[in-house]
Design a binder for this molecule. Structure first.
Ligand code: MEV
Length: 319
């Protein structure tokens, strides 16, 4: 039996503008996907449950499905199994990450499954090899879509700056609260919407992208020096620019305003593609509990996270 776990991620700054080459900043979070692989002669069985306590079991040989939420997990896990030509196995997934929420659940599952299989099959892949292979697999499942940021963060952890290339940044951990609207989102359609706006209004959207890229650059020293009030201010500016690009929703904005109001957050913004999914808020010192309450009262799910944590690792005990 072999177990591995990998973290989810949040994009702190720079989403959408990064598609056109300006800088984005992302960090690994301490919500993880854990994958256990064990021998099961004659069968290939996938069992999973996620944070939202949806459970399912899928037998790839008989095709028997128990529960309807199988699609997300199985598409990714079976792609990894196929890539390794792996058989006679039971794969068990336990994930803290809600699926299709923008927190990198699919990348975390692909990376953890790749690491667990690499160990189980005695292949000894390096983190770099796990990251590259996982990116290729995730992209193939998503029909060519997918930035390397999610699989790189799930593999290496910490913080990454992404523009034309990927640069690891040595920054201290940050505590934030993630608010989830409980609305799944579709990254592909949000990216298409923004890119269409860009082609129709290049003179307007170009400067918005530039401003977003500038925010990503300015944020790095603020995180390094723990200047949280200024960092929160930049989150608010970035959120406004994403709203201008049309990727906000009423539910996301309700969480953002609840965080800034009753939650007394230093700053709040949507994270990822928008159109649903999650927002992040930076609590005032000692203010996490009030912020979590405010997000729940605004009908969101709230998760305290540490940003900048460890990447993929082998686990001796799933706990
Ligand atoms: C989605 O998590 C982030 C986007 O910038 C898309 C991408 O970078 O591939 C919206």
């Amino acid at each position: 039996m072999t177990s591995a776990s990998a973290p989810g991620k949040v994009i702190l700054f720079g989403e959408h503008a990064v598609v056109s080459g300006t800088a984005a900043l992302g960090g690994a979070i301490d919500l993880r996907a854990r994958v256990t692989v064990q021998d099961l002669p004659g069968r290939i069985l996938i069992d999973a449950c996620d944070l939202c306590l949806k459970k399912f079991s899928l037998d790839l040989i008989t095709g028997q499905v128990v529960s309807s939420d199988a699609v997300h997990f199985t598409r990714y896990v079976s792609a990894v199994l196929k890539d390794f030509d792996a058989q006679d196995l039971r794969v068990e997934i336990k994930s803290d990450l809600p699926m299709a929420s923008g927190l990198g659940s699919s990348a975390a599952i692909v990376v953890a499954t790749t690491a667990a299989l690499s160990q189980h099959l005695g292949l000894g892949l390096s983190k770099k090899e796990i990251a590259e292979r996982s990116h290729r697999i995730e992209k193939s499942v998503q029909h060519g879509l997918g930035s390397p940021m999610d699989t790189a963060l799930a593999s290496f952890g910490g913080y990454l700056q992404v523009s034309d290339d990927i640069l690891p940044l040595d920054l201290p951990e940050l505590e934030m609260i993630v608010g989830y609207t409980k609305q799944p989102h579709d990254t592909r359609s949000e990216v298409a919407k923004v890119q269409s706006m860009r082609s129709r209004y290049p003179d307007l959207v170009g400067p918005i992208f530039q401003a977003i890229g500038a925010i990503s650059g300015r944020a790095v020293p603020l995180i390094r020096e723990q200047r949280l009030a200024s960092l929160g201010e930049l989150m608010n500016v970035n959120h406004g620019l994403l709203e201008a690009l049309g990727v906000g929703t009423r539910e996301l904005c309700e969480l953002v305003y609840a965080a800034r109001g009753a939650g007394q957050a230093l700053g709040a913004k949507l994270t990822g593609a928008g159109g649903g999914g999650c927002m992040i808020a930076l609590p005032a010192p000692g203010g996490s509990a009030a912020l979590i309450t405010a997000l729940k009262q605004a009908r969101g799910l709230a998760f305290p996270v540490k940003i900048g944590c460890e990447g993929v690792r082998l686990e001796s005990d799933l706990g």
